[in-house]
Write a protein that binds this ligand. Structure first.
Ligand code: 1HE
Length: 258
């Protein structure tokens, strides 16, 4: 598929995926969601981390309301639309490659659902969040009931949806929706710097971190601990570990210092 709604490029081992519909505030139409799914299903083989960014002053205005209005979808049609969003965002969250989102301006509705699928979120001081579905008479459909509720708690999500209020970046930091907050315009550089650092970890460690933790969250404690032991058995005994630990044993490694 030739991409129209996203731009992609590599910077070393870091892939950059940029939403490219600034004239629509990067609202997600069916094509955009399909392109996100296609890209994240098969990122370039050398990719060790991905930065998800967006052109223009706003990260993403959510569902393309004009498309939804024009198409007058039936329940069955919109269920399929939602399942397309779920597939695309599952590719991001469970694809095994760390994804860092660089946010600015509006991160609303489906835009917040998209950002919530990333593993690390960096916002600048223009970033704000909202779930304005109630005012349009609609509901979330891109995974927010699972991902956003887990990050900010169901109670906070219910309040945001009922009132439709805008949550500013400072509150986003306080409640863990943002991991980093930068000056305006600096989120992308910060996200790239984090992504390059993350890309230096062992790929199998990163795979287990981004796939294992969220999957264990879905399990019973017994299943979760068993799964953790299986993952650790694979990761801790990989050949790369000996090389990395030799650095520590022979006192060449950087210390974990405050
Ligand atoms: C859009 C969309 C959109 C902008 N779908 N076209 N999402 C929302 O409720 C957010 C609705 N959008 C806004 O509140 C504002 O547009 C923004 C705060 C994001 C940006 O404001 P601003 O002043 O920078 O831009 P603008 O002039 O409002 O928008 C520029 C153009 O983008 C304009 O089109 P134009 O032809 O007049 O130039 C807008 O109509 C268009 N545009 N947002 C379509 N969302 C799976 S279910 C998920 C459910 C949801 O996501 S609900 C949340 C929907």
């Amino acid at each position: 598929m030739a991409f129209e709604t996203i731009e992609t490029r590599m910077e070393g081992a870091v892939a950059v995926v940029t939403l490219n519909r600034a004239e629509r505030r990067n609202a997600l139409d069916e094509r955009a969601v399909a392109e996100i799914e296609t890209y994240f299903a098969h990122p370039p083989a050398e990719t060790r981390a991905i930065v998800l960014a967006a052109k223009g002053p706003h990260f993403c205005a959510g569902l393309d309301l004009k498309e939804h209005y024009t198409k007058e979808r039936s329940p069955a049609e919109f269920m399929r639309v939602c399942q397309g969003w779920h597939r695309a965002f599952d590719r991001i969250q469970h694809g095994g490659i760390p994804v860092v989102a660089a946010l600015q301006g509006a991160v609303v509705g489906g835009g917040l659902e998209l950002a919530s699928a990333a593993h690390v979120r960096v916002g600048d001081r223009t970033t704000y969040f909202a779930l304005p579905e109630g005012q349009w008479g609609i509901f979330t459909g891109g995974g927010a009931t699972v991902r956003v509720a887990r990050i900010i708690t169901p109670n906070r999500m219910i309040e945001l949806m009922l009132t439709g209020r805008v949550m500013q970046c400072d509150e986003g930091m306080q409640i863990g929706l943002l991991n980093y907050l930068t000056e305006p315009g600096d989120a992308f550089e910060q996200a790239m710097s984090l992504a390059h650092k993350i890309a230096g970890n062992a790929a199998l460690s990163n795979y287990s971190i981004v796939s294992g933790i969220n999957k264990v969250w879905d399990m019973s404690a017994t299943d979760g601990l068993f799964t953790e032991s299986l993952l650790a058995a694979l990761v801790q005994t990989a050949p790369e570990v000996q090389h990395r630990l030799r650095e520590f044993v022979e006192k060449r490694a950087a210390k974990v210092a405050a």
